[in-house]
Design a protein around this ligand. Sequence first.
Ligand code: SAM
Length: 247
Amino acid sequence: MTMGSEDKKDLGAWYKMVSAENAGYKETLTVTEHPGCFPYLLKNSLREQPVLKELREQIMAEPMAGSSASADEAQFICMLMQIMNAKRIVEVGVFKGYTTLAMALQLPSDGKIVALDVPYEWSPLPEKYWNKGGVRDKIDLRLAAADESMRKLIAAGEAGTYDLIFIDANKDGYPVYYELALELLRPGGLVLVDNTLYHGTLLGDPEKMKVDSRTIHELNQRIHKDERVTIAMLPVADGLTIARKKE
Ligand SMILES: C[S@@+](CC[C@H](N)C(=O)[O-])C[C@H]1O[C@@H](n2cnc3c(N)ncnc32)[C@H](O)[C@@H]1O
């Protein structure tokens, strides 16, 4: 259902009308109602730097391309970084280094990203393109289980010092990463949780969900009620939740 001009005159009545239909909230999304809108959005807003585009095209030509964030999502994260003047980032889940590169290019020269991934199946692409983009020195790559690396940062006295933490790794680890991220963030810092719509697998009975879906669903419910943060859950890519640590 879309809002007609007459309805707009009385938003209260209009929300009541869509409430009955959609369990309480307006859920019209122009991009889903009009499939041409998403390509339009990309065509009219992406400003992907050549080195990023080259890396993305390499990733697309290799297996598991879908594990890499989309260009619009990366650009959105960079916009958040700009708005908050972010200098200290943790990325949980590097894969082939696309979002790491995007964020590193956005960072000022004294900024840094602690990039966390596990050592196995490591690809040569990240190093190659981080060097090509001239940002290798801003990236502190740590190859170990992410929770272990995050605990090491806390043990090193870095709790409360990070501006933004992007969680995009193994789904079973998300609840722990979320808690550790809140410890590492400064007040006012953002934790971005990727895949919070998890390919539409969160819509059925939680009892029947696969483990990863259920984990994300339960985390979504926890974040929704978490008084330590203010939140926005966006239909960007596979769902992106922004939780801002209260000051
Ligand atoms: C979705 S990909 C990350 C994509 C990347 N952020 C991007 O958009 O370009 C998930 C990554 O999490 C990593 N991962 C899986 N288990 C992990 C763990 N226990 N600790 C750290 N990273 C892990 C995988 O190796 C994989 O590279």
